[in-house]
Design a protein around this ligand. Structure first.
Ligand SMILES: [Zn+2]
Length: 496
């Protein structure tokens, strides 16, 4: 009797499982049919709206800064796979609070491309390898995620990744939840009773936020040349909007020809950081797109800035330990709270270094790091250490008799309220971030973010700092004189 009962249970389980598996496939087939995704190999859509620059909030309680997007076209090839994201962007925030090169001067054309394992930007018609690394968008897989974040790409990815489905009642309405996992994220899509994708959520591990989500919500589906496509798309990441667009034109199976440029295909992978360059006695630059400076004290080392990612900071620490052997990194100084400047702070905290930042950043960092770190646990998460912070208000001097380093807060900056710069009075070196990033080629038009350059220049004058060398976190070392020349040439005060 017992045996029969067990057998019945097993059969019951099979009977319950089997229709579910069938339903999963049937759900995806119905969705593909309803959306017109079955024979869809490429998709191009255009529209207008707003975009937001992730990780570049003005301060801890503000959302990512918003920009006007008067026109955009997203071209997708689901077969290769490849994507081209072409946007016209313009200043929106007023006053221009936060990062993202605000205020933008004139209209900016931004073109991001990925095909297979390759990613590149198009700048002035030329392919350029993406440089920054603090989020997923510079990588090919990160850009190709845009395919999965469309209704049609989501259903295709669900079919390719053995998605499961279940029916739930959400706020009184019957919804089908489709779930699957790729190497990039775990995705969940919500389909309505017409088999249309209403919402997609992806869970992944981020260098600053830990376990977090990227979301896409779709509304106002319409018919476009035999397919159904939403005319409203809102993406969110880290809890704030990332993209908010109205779609006006959709071209299914358009000709999407995305060729990988030879210069990108043959480019050698760049190491995250270069070898140390001596700036003065006991002062070294560790070059990178976003770089760090190591300052040697009698029995310890101070590193200024931990940009981009944990991986970059680990590489920087290796270079620093080779350059200045036998001394611990006791402090890491953070210039401000934008993600491309804090992505490596946790790696230093894992080493036991104290994080020195503006006092108001401490609760922000503590809150950012308070979540769980289970998807991609980093060294700090694995170490179990509690990060140690030291807040700066006004000015903070570090000295041991052999070296003197002074940290200055320069308040009133529109890029970030907690901007710190680091002065080495004996060496006459000033280290700053994002206020002056020297142009790679001579300027022919006013630079973006000119008001912040002027604000910083005036702060250095007011503090009467003796500076022979400006060492920016982004760009080559330069002089105050170069910034003075740019201001004199382009300052609105000169012309208005
Ligand atoms: Zn910044």
């Amino acid at each position: 009797m017992k045996k029969t009962f067990a057998l019945t249970l097993t059969l019951a389980a099979v009977l319950v499982m089997s229709p579910e598996a069938q339903n999963g496939r049937a759900t995806l087939d119905a969705a593909a049919k309803a959306l017109g995704a079955v024979d869809l190999k490429t998709l191009e859509f255009s529209g207008w709206g707003y975009d937001y620059v992730f990780g570049q909030a003005y301060h801890g309680t503000s959302q990512w800064p918003r920009f006007n997007v008067p026109g955009f076209t997203m071209s997708m090839d689901f077969v290769t796979p490849a994507v081209r994201d072409d946007r016209r962007r313009a200043q929106l925030e007023s006053p221009p609070l936060g990062g993202g090169f605000q205020p933008l001067f004139g209209e900016q054309r931004q073109i991001w491309v990925a095909s297979g394992q390759y990613a590149w930007d198009v700048v002035g018609g030329n392919p350029v390898a993406p440089r920054f690394r603090d989020d997923r968008r510079p990588t090919a897989e990160g850009r190709l995620e845009q395919l999965t974040l469309t209704p049609h790409g989501f259903i295709k990815a669900a079919m390719a990744n053995n998605a499961t489905s279940k029916v739930e009642t959400i706020r009184g309405a019957r919804k089908t939840i489709v779930s699957f996992t790729t190497p990039l994220a775990r995705y969940e899509g919500t389909l309505n009773d017409q088999h249309l994708v209403e919402r997609i959520e992806g869970w992944f591990g981020h260098v600053v936020l830990g376990d977090t989500t990227i979301e896409a919500a779709f509304g106002d589906y319409r018919d476009f040349s035999g397919i159904r496509f939403p005319t409203r798309i809102v993406q969110r990441e880290g809890g704030y909007p990332l993209l908010d667009v109205t779609v006006t034109d959709v071209r299914p199976n358009a000709t999407v020809a995305i060729e990988v440029p030879a210069s990108i295909r043959t480019a050698k992978p760049q190491p995250p950081v270069g070898t140390s360059e001596r700036l003065a006695d006991g002062v070294w630059l560790i070059p990178a797109y976003a770089q760090s400076v190591a300052v040697e004290f009698r029995d310890h080392i101070v590193v200024v800035e931990a940009p981009e990612t944990e991986a970059q900071s680990i590489a920087v620490m290796e270079v620093v330990k080779k350059t200045i052997p036998g001394k611990p990194i006791r402090y890491v100084i953070n210039t401000h709270s934008h993600f491309d400047h804090i992505g490596g702070l946790r790696a230093y905290a894992a080493e036991g270094a104290t994080i020195v930042t503006h006092r108001d950043n401490i609760p922000y960092l503590q809150q950012l790091w308070a979540g769980s770190w289970t998807i991609a646990p980093d060294r700090l998460a694995k170490s179990g250490r509690t990060p140690v912070f030291e807040g700066v208000l006004g000015t903070r001097m570090m000295t041991d008799g052999s070296k003197r380093l002074v940290i200055y807060h320069y308040p009133g900056n529109m890029h970030n309220p907690g901007m710190l710069m680091v002065h080495l009075p004996k060496e006459k070196i000033l280290i700053e971030a994002d206020s002056f990033s020297p142009p790679a080629t001579p300027l022919t038009a006013p630079p973006n973010a000119l008001p912040n350059l002027i604000h910083w220049f005036e702060s250095v004058q007011r503090l009467k700092l003796d500076v022979e060398q400006v060492v920016p976190i982004h760009g080559r070392a330069t002089t105050m004189d170069e910034s003075r020349q740019i201001i004199e040439r382009f300052s609105p005060n000169q012309t208005n």
